[in-house]
Write a protein that binds this ligand. Structure first.
Ligand SMILES: [Zn+2]
Ligand SMILES: [Zn+2]
Length: 341
């Protein structure tokens, strides 16, 4: 079968290529999944550039959905033809963190698409207890390939942040994560402000369409809007940009004793005015990937049809043309790009 495989380190895009690898055979606890679509993620590009721990050779792709083509003998609850999404992080199952359902912190974790062959391929396999059936209303669509990044937002907003109805929430960075965090904050009853740059015009328009209360494309307007709609600053910041330029404005915009959840990753050390965290007694939280509990919440949101997903997929690109997709991602074109085998 065809797969996009990273074969060599230190070669950037030249270390990746479409290869013909054996179609995987599911073990007794695994499902063989015929891939419908796989999202291109910043992590895939970091792996390409050796900026994220991974194994080689590996077929990339951790954001996918597909249909069960074969089920191992110990995979109760699943049948051939089920469309599934997959919690791609597989832990040892018995350490402190695995017992809590936090596989992401397991020292022996292996992730599909990072250490184990993933979804940028015609097929992949996954343990059945890491798979979830796509609710009926979404079946047949490839949009559930957005599940992993949505789950990361569910972790950040619904599990790591305590948003109450009426809270004023500033979301910095209107990329996919910021837009999805806006939707989740709105579901919590928040008043949301999304900030970006003049280059984010289309994304900010989409944020408004998806219920954001205010959008701003520069720091001066952010200051004005925060003064206008809050009494001393926003209650919560969801920093989704991963850009060091967003930090000072957001630290300024947050009220005393406000809460900050760091959703975006910077990929390098950045300067933060730590004294401001003290002076304002901020509640500063990290969020990283997903926990088991996150996926349960995500499936419930799907079942209740709570998320607007139609405007996120900017292009569906044949797997063979992966280079075009990776280059579009590097140029920040579109919101989410899917590779289709
Ligand atoms: Zn991802
Ligand atoms: Zn473990």
């Amino acid at each position: 079968m065809k797969a996009l495989v990273k074969t060599e380190v230190g070669k950037g895009m030249d270390g990746l290529g479409i290869m013909d690898i054996p179609k995987p055979v599911p073990k007794k606890n695994e499902l063989l999944i015929k891939i419908m679509a796989t999202g291109i993620c910043g992590t895939d590009l970091h792996i390409m550039e050796d900026g994220y721990p991974h194994s080689v050779p590996v077929a990339l792709g951790h954001e996918f959905t597909g249909v069960v083509e074969e089920a191992g003998e110990e995979t109760s609850g699943f049948e051939v033809g089920d469309q599934v999404i997959v919690n791609n992080i597989i832990g040892c199952g018995h350490c402190h963190y695995c017992k809590k359902g936090d596989y992401v912190f397991c020292n022996e974790k292996r992730s599909i698409g990072i250490n184990l062959n993933g979804g940028m391929a015609e097929y992949t396999v996954a343990p059945f207890d890491h798979c979830m059936k796509v609710p009926e209303s979404m079946r047949g669509k490839d949009l559930p390939a957005l599940s992993e990044p949505i789950a990361c937002c569910v972790r950040g907003v619904l599990e790591q942040t305590d948003i109450k109805p009426g809270d004023k929430v500033l979301i910095t960075g209107p990329g996919f994560m910021g837009l999805m965090c806006n939707q989740l904050a709105k579901l919590c009853g928040a008043y949301t402000i999304i900030s970006g740059t003049p280059a984010d015009k289309a994304r900010l328009e989409l944020a408004l369409k998806q219920g954001a209360d205010r959008v701003v494309d520069n720091g001066d307007d952010l200051k004005k809007v925060v003064e206008e709609v809050t009494d001393g600053g926003v209650d919560i910041v969801l920093e989704c940009s991963g850009s060091p330029y967003a930090i000072p404005g957001a630290l300024d915009a947050i009220r005393k004793q406000g809460a900050w959840t760091q959703v975006g990753m910077y990929g390098k050390d950045v300067t933060v005015a730590m004294d401001t965290i003290n002076r304002k007694e901020l509640d500063f939280k990290g969020t990283f990937a997903t926990a088991n509990s996150t996926w349960e919440k995500l499936v419930k949101l799907y079942e209740l049809d709570k998320l607007q997903l139609d405007d996120y997929v900017s292009a569906r690109i044949p797997l063979e043309n992966w280079k075009e997709g990776f280059e579009m991602f590097q140029r920040k074109e579109g919101i989410k790009l899917f590779l289709v085998p």
